[in-house]
Write a protein that binds this ligand. Structure first.
Ligand SMILES: C[S@@+](CC[C@H](N)C(=O)[O-])C[C@H]1O[C@@H](n2cnc3c(N)ncnc32)[C@H](O)[C@@H]1O
Length: 217
């Protein structure tokens, strides 16, 4: 599955990139190193998505952020952009092999002392966290998106938002689903559940692979 499917025409995409603020040099180095050294670099957030996360974080000025799916910490660094001075970002990653690169770039971005990297399965770790979150970024393990939502919504602060990535799943959500395609089924179930939830206001931002943005009413 190509997780960086672009919905927009490539020339529009290029135009958008050209009219998005330049990438921070640390993020650029991380992007390059991930592409050179790490398996499945297409899972990385791109400059546009990273800038979006930075702006959201600056607007919310979060005290606590939870990210599911660190990968090489590109989105972690972007999400931390607006953290309050005494704030923390928690990020959960099941692949311990990524630890060196994650820590290297958290150090380079000067957020190592405000980031808790938790290695393991998000479903097991989430119940151990006793926090109220201002931003929750769901970007791991598509089959459990709905479980993450149900577990985490009660722990979202009043000013908080949930962002769930890849909710358009390369456009498969509007195609005939293969009976064995559990990821697409799970994402559609998540999208439908959120849409029918009267306790939230939500919308899908149709850029990149689609981001569901959710706030509590
Ligand atoms: C799409 S990548 C995350 C990309 C990153 N957030 C970014 O924007 O650059 C998904 C990550 O989730 C991790 N992952 C998958 N299933 C997981 C699970 N059950 N618990 C924790 N991490 C998981 C994968 O190892 C992978 O690194």
């Amino acid at each position: 599955m190509d997780e960086t499917f672009e919905l927009t025409d490539p020339s529009i995409q290029q135009y958008c990139e050209a009219h998005t603020s330049p990438e921070d040099p640390v993020l650029y180095r991380l992007y390059r190193e991930t592409n050179l050294r790490v398996m499945r670099p297409r899972m990385l957030s791109c400059k546009n998505q990273g800038t979006f996360l930075q702006i959201i974080s600056r607007m919310i000025q979060p005290k606590r952020i939870l990210e599911l799916g660190t990968y090489t910490a590109y989105s972690t660094i972007c999400l931390a952009e607006g953290l309050q001075t005494n704030g923390w970002i928690y990020t959960i990653e099941k692949n311990i092999e990524l630890e060196d690169i994650i820590r290297k770039y958290l150090r380079a971005a000067h957020i190592e002392d405000r980031t808790k990297v938790l290695f393991g399965n998000a479903l097991d770790i989430i119940p151990t966290l006793n926090e109220t979150w201002d931003i929750i970024f769901i970007d791991a393990d598509k089959t459990n998106y709905l479980n993450y939502y149900k577990m985490l919504l009660p722990h979202l602060s009043d000013k908080g938002i949930i962002l769930a990535d890849n909710v358009l799943w390369s456009g498969k959500i509007v195609e005939q689903i293969h009976p064995h395609d559990k990821d697409t089924q799970a994402i559609m179930e998540f999208n439908d559940y959120v849409q029918a939830d009267p306790s939230v206001k939500n919308m899908i931002l149709p850029f990149r692979d689609g981001i569901m943005m959710i706030e509590k009413l």
